[in-house]
Design a protein around this ligand. Sequence first.
Ligand code: ZN
Length: 404
Amino acid sequence: MSVHTGRVSQRAPRVDIRPQPPAVEGGELVWRSRAVLDDVERELWFARPAADVPAEGAERRALADAHLLGWLMHAMRAGLPVHVHGPVSARLLRGLEEWQEAWALWRPEVYRAVTITADEVVEPAGPGPSDVVVAFSGGVDASFTVHRHLTGAAGRRTVPLRTALMVHGFDVPLDRPDDFERAVHRAGLLLAGTGLRLTTLRTNVRDHTVDWEDEHGLALAATLGLLADEHGVGLIASSGSYDELEVPWGSSVIIDHHLSGALEIRNDSSGLGRVAKIDALARWEAATRHVRVCWKQVGAGANCGACPKCLRTHVTFLLAGAPALEAFPEIDPRRVARVRMGGWIEWELWRLATVEIRRRGLRDPWARAAVRAVRRNRLLLPAESAVRPLVRGLRARRAARSAI
Ligand SMILES: [Zn+2]
């Protein structure tokens, strides 16, 4: 006979992640999980076109790796241990111990390393598939990664790329499906003839993030991991090079590999800066026609040609001597001269382009305008970045003090 004491058990607080069995809904295979955060139950989901998912295999059995990655930073912010009510890769659990330590050092006022447990810890059954998937947005970094692996320019690091994955819910909001369709269409034009399969995935992971700059690497690894049935490696194109690394930043060559789970995650191409990448892309005609860097005008499926990112990328392509540049409207040097850079990181990227302009002795109107814009913005930007310490920011401020 049990005795009811009337007392509620006082279990130590933790974040319980409860994955649900994947289900086909409206033509998509959907992976859902629930977790209670700040006394509110929330749902995280990932969805792929069911036709793109193999009929049998681990993806349908569904490890809970993506859910763990999607919720982790909430637990780190709260300093609470995590328990996953499902199977998680042993490799991911090992890697996350290291990954969390990096963040606990980088932003100790925000994140703490927490203990992670799971109902089941899964070791890989054998060597994984050899095919490789790349996270693809249609921008410069991902296009360069595709280009260098398809042309063998990655040397011994070259991998057999098979798939490009575009995610709806990262840069294009979920409530703009038409915009995403146009972005996919443009990416398809860029990849036409490469033999790569372009596949898509939708997720609401960004709805739950507090700081996308910190969390986007986790989200990328989560989505790539959902393609582990057919791929052994997932590539994340670097957004910073070894000499211009931003720390802390959600994805980099320093930490991305610690997010390997059912498939191995590799950060790709940190050995080259933005100018060098665009130098290579300028010789790939499809990239000069279809690369997409602008998120201001994603609805039109093209680059606006007027925002700082469009202008900087356009200038860098011209610097590379791109023969024809259909990806952007014709450059307006007055617009380049008047560009208002958003901060020292943006300024530093412009500065690096103008270093090359000077080194190559270019005197075209757009080139002179870019040099003027860098000088002008050096005076317009605040003396100290109020954001947070950045390796690149520090370099930029140092450079700003010296004459250019
Ligand atoms: Zn733009």
